[in-house]
Each structure stands twice: as structure tokens, then as C-alpha cells.
Design a protein around this ligand. Structure first.
Ligand code: PLP
Length: 380
């Protein structure tokens, strides 16, 4: 396995060894329920609140404004559905984009089933939402707007601050899915006029099955899970303490190493593109050339279908993806690339490479060499 190259960190990342170490006591010795009043419970409660402080600190927000969830998907569902339900007095119109993660898109489709109207904003060829489209879409009865921070397939960053400022002036609740941006970009929801923001642990070398939703102080939200009064009655269920402790440790490490990581991802991207250029193979980079996540590189290789390239890469020990994990394995074209209107050929030949902490520039050179080999053979 050691020579396998893993370039699919946008799908999931390996758990950092220090995260495993931080979690272990909470699976063994500290097994109390944070809601219990005895010493076992108190110890668990202390660990929970310490983790909450740590994660809130990374976002510069009040710890009380974080709701722990079972991951990015639940955070997005809670924001979109819980946020829209709580705003019913204002209206039943929701705005999102055509390039969201399915956790937001399918939550919006659910809202449509229960009588909401949803506007799906288009994007330009770089995958960016136009402010003019948003300005035209808002209505008296718009209850909520959800626009992702950075795209998981092509990396494009949205004009979040501009959107936030515009919506705040109109007192419209603004949610952003920051699952891919967290850990690689500094996030400051309050300064960007963001009311709700989703994050997930397993995309930043934490464990799977844990995430969080930031909900600003005066932002109403209806819970999706009903039961105990955990998370200030906004998310019932005994907390995933070990997962949350691991999440906090992953955040701590990511914050400390952020700049180095980003510098390395930029080098990796540049090295791969330089190899493609030198070799003279045909390729197009998808997404915005500058306003993009540093760890995501989406490239189309004309004449080579996505599945063919992925299988060939797999044979050569390189793990890449077709975009979202949900669309790979099926022949369905990426909804993101379709929304970007780049043409069928480009959408049918797109590969997503996504980088993480274990990757090296040497791996990028080696992977690029293998890609060039495949492309040279198949593009004839
Ligand atoms: C992975 C991902 C999610 C879902 O998070 P899970 O923790 O896997 O449920 C949501 N949004 C984006 C942008 C993602 O990349």
C-alpha cells in the first residue's frame, strides 16, 4: 500500500495519529454521559466543553453558538431545513445554487416536497455565482439563502462576504457549507455576515461521523432531532464525545499547520500542471483560476472518459475521483460541471485530484508522470 498515491482527500482523509491518541481515552476510561450529574458525567462534560471552546476559537465565535452534529450532511440539513422551518413566518422561499453538495441540494428538494419554493442560482464558467442573479432572486418571502464557501468538485470559492453583506442588509438568513474550506482557509463567519456555517471532522483528518453547525446568536433554528435537551435543545442525542474530542484535536493541528499545508498544496498543483504542460497532453483546468481551494484540482483530459482515466490511474496506484463521491460509480454527469456549461466533452472527461497532509510534491511528480503516460496513449 505504501506506494499508493491518495489524491482523494475531498472525499475523506486519514485520521491523524495524534487525533487517534486524543480520542482513545474517551473510548476507554472516560465513558461517562456528559448529561449525567456524577463524576463520570462531569469529566465527560468538561471534555465536551473544552472541545467546543477549541473549535469555536478557530472560527472566532462564541462556543454556545456551535451545535455538534453527526457530520457535514447533518449540519447542512439542520441549517437548510431547520433554518427554513424556523423562518416560516417570513415566507417559504429558499435560494441556493446549482453547484451545492447534495447535502444542501437534496435538503432543498425535501423543502420543495413540503411546499417550499426553491431558486437554484446558476453559475458562470468558473463555477462562481453572480451577485446580479442573487439580487434578482431575493423576494419578500425569502426565508433563507444557502451558498457554499468552496466547491468540493472544482474548488471554486464563492463571493461569500459580498453575499453576506447583501443579505444582512435585507435581514435574510445566510448559511454556507464550509466543509471543504475549513482547515485550509481562515474562517470568520461573523465578519463575513454568515448566520450559519457547516463543518465536518473527517475532511480535516478527524474521525468520520462528527461535524458542527455554527448558528449565530439571534438566528432561529428548528431542531431536526427530538429527544433529550443536548446542544441547548437544538440537537437531541447523547454526544459523540470521542468523535468531538478527536474533531477538536484535528482542528488544533490544522490551525497550527495551515499555512505550511496550503503552501504545499499550491506546490503540488503547480508541479502537476507543469508536467502536463511540458508533456504537451491536452487538458483543461476546471474551476476558477485564482479564487479556488488550494487542495482541489479538477482537470479534464479531452478524449478520455472520466471512468477510463480513473480505472487506468487505479491500476497505476493513483486514487483520484470523478467529482463528488456520490456521483462516481454511476454514469451520471457531475451536476457541478453541467451547471458550469463547459460542454459535454469536458464534463465527461473531468478528474478531481484533492490533496492532503500526507501528500508530497514527489508524489505529485510521480502521479503526473503516470497521467501523462495514460493520456499520451489514449488521446491519440
Ligand atoms: C463531505 C462534504 C459534506 C458532507 O459531510 P459529511 O461529514 O461527509 O456528512 C458536505 N459538504 C461538502 C462541501 C463536503 O465536501
Amino acid at each position: 500500500m505504501s506506494e499508493m498515491i491518495y489524491f482523494d482527500h475531498a472525499a475523506t482523509t486519514p485520521v491523524h495519529p495524534r487525533v487517534v491518541e486524543a480520542m482513545t481515552p474517551y473510548l476507554t476510561e472516560v465513558y461517562g454521559n456528559p448529561s449525567s450529574v456524577h463524576g463520570f458525567g462531569r469529566k465527560a462534560r468538561q471534555a465536551l466543553e473544552k472541545a467546543r471552546d477549541e473549535i469555536a476559537g478557530s472560527l472566532h465565535v462564541d462556543p454556545q453558538s456551535l451545535i455538534f452534529t453527526s457530520g457535514g450532511t447533518e449540519a447542512d440539513n439542520l441549517a437548510v431545513i431547520g433554518g427554513a422551518l424556523a423562518q416560516q413566518g417570513r415566507g417559504r422561499h429558499v435560494i441556493t445554487t446549482q453547484v451545492e453538495h447534495h447535502a444542501v441540494l437534496h435538503a432543498c428538494e425535501y423543502l420543495e416536497q413540503i411546499g417550499y419554493e426553491v431558486t437554484y442560482l446558476p453559475v458562470d464558467e468558473t463555477g462562481t455565482v453572480r451577485m446580479s442573479d442573487l439580487e434578482r432572486a431575493v423576494r419578500e418571502d425569502t426565508a433563507l439563502v444557502s451558498v457554499m464557501y468552496g466547491n468540493n468538485e472544482v474548488g471554486t470559492l464563492q463571493p461569500i462576504e459580498q453575499i453576506g453583506r447583501f443579505l444582512r442588509e435585507r435581514h435574510i438568513i445566510f448559511h454556507t457549507d464550509a466543509v471543504q474550506a475549513y482547515g485550509v482557509l481562515p474562517l470568520d463567519p461573523e465578519h463575513l455576515f454568515i448566520d450559519m456555517l457547516s463543518v465536518s471532522a473527517h475532511k480535516i483528518n478527524g474521525p468520520k461521523g462528527v461535524g458542527a453547525l455554527y448558528v449565530g446568536k439571534h438566528v432561529p433554528i428548528s431542531p431536526l432531532l427530538h429527544g433529550g435537551s443536548q446542544e441547548r435543545k437544538r440537537r437531541a442525542g447523547t454526544e459523540n464525545l470521542a468523535g468531538i474530542v478527536g474533531f477538536a484535536e484535528a482542528v488544533r493541528i490544522a490551525e497550527a499547520e495551515r499555512e505550511e499545508r496550503v503552501a504545499k498544496y499550491k506546490q503540488i498543483k503547480a508541479a502537476m500542471l507543469a508536467r502536463f504542460q511540458e508533456a504537451g497532453i491536452a487538458y483543461h483546468v476546471n474551476g476558477h483560476p485564482e479564487h479556488t481551494l488550494p487542495h482541489i484540482l479538477n482537470v479534464s483530459f479531452p478524449g478520455i472518459e472520466t471512468e477510463t482515466m480513473l480505472m487506468n490511474l487505479d491500476l497505476l496506484q493513483v486514487a483520484a475521483a470523478s467529482g463528488s463521491a456520490c456521483t462516481s460509480g454511476s454514469l451520471e454527469l457531475s451536476h457541478v460541471l453541467q451547471a458550469m456549461n463547459l460542454g459535454e466533452e469536458r464534463a465527461e472527461s473531468a478528474i478531481r485530484f484533492s490533496f492532503g497532509i500526507t501528500n508530497t510534491v514527489e508524489e505529485a511528480e510521480l502521479a503526473a508522470k503516470k497521467i501523462v503516460q495514460i493520456a499520451t496513449r489514449l488521446q491519440k
